[in-house]
Design a protein around this ligand. Sequence first.
Ligand code: DLZ
Length: 167
Amino acid sequence: MATKNSNLSAYNPDQIPSAKKMIFGIVVSDWNSDITHALLDGAYKTLIEHGAKEDNILVKHVPGSFELTLGAQFMAEYADLDAIICLGCVIQGETRHFDFICQSVTHGITELNMNYNIPFVFGLLTTNNMEQAIARSGGKHGNKGVEAAITAIKMAALQKEMEELED
Ligand code: DLZ
């Protein structure tokens, strides 16, 4: 979905499974909060639009994107969830901090996906500048939070489908 000229949020709603019986966690970083709270808004509304109940969406905030991995792990450990969405925004600066945070979060979320039997969705914007971040958090390239919510629903539905094969 996230190519240069496409809208991140373009999808066919008829092809999305119902989220009515699903329970979600959203962990959101408060660094670059104008952007990340717009991602949260997009993700939250999308889950509701597809049938999730407000009571079944647990939202927790962490200080920065580096903390997303542990925040998501806490959610997996202490709550019974069908999928966890991680939302953050890292903007390239003058130092290599950007690379280290991006690598850490990418690796961390991949590890969580491998170590827990539920999906963890990578909703991290990694942009060269604020303009690109705005374009992807409700601007001309859509909202990555929406894309992350759709991914969470699809992956949770896939897991339920696989579990039914066992019965
Ligand atoms: C320190 C830092 C910097 C420089 N840039 C960002 C950023 O662009 N996006 C982001 O989410 N967080 C940033 N942080 C904060 C780190 O993620 C982390 O919160 C701190 O290093 C404390 O662990």
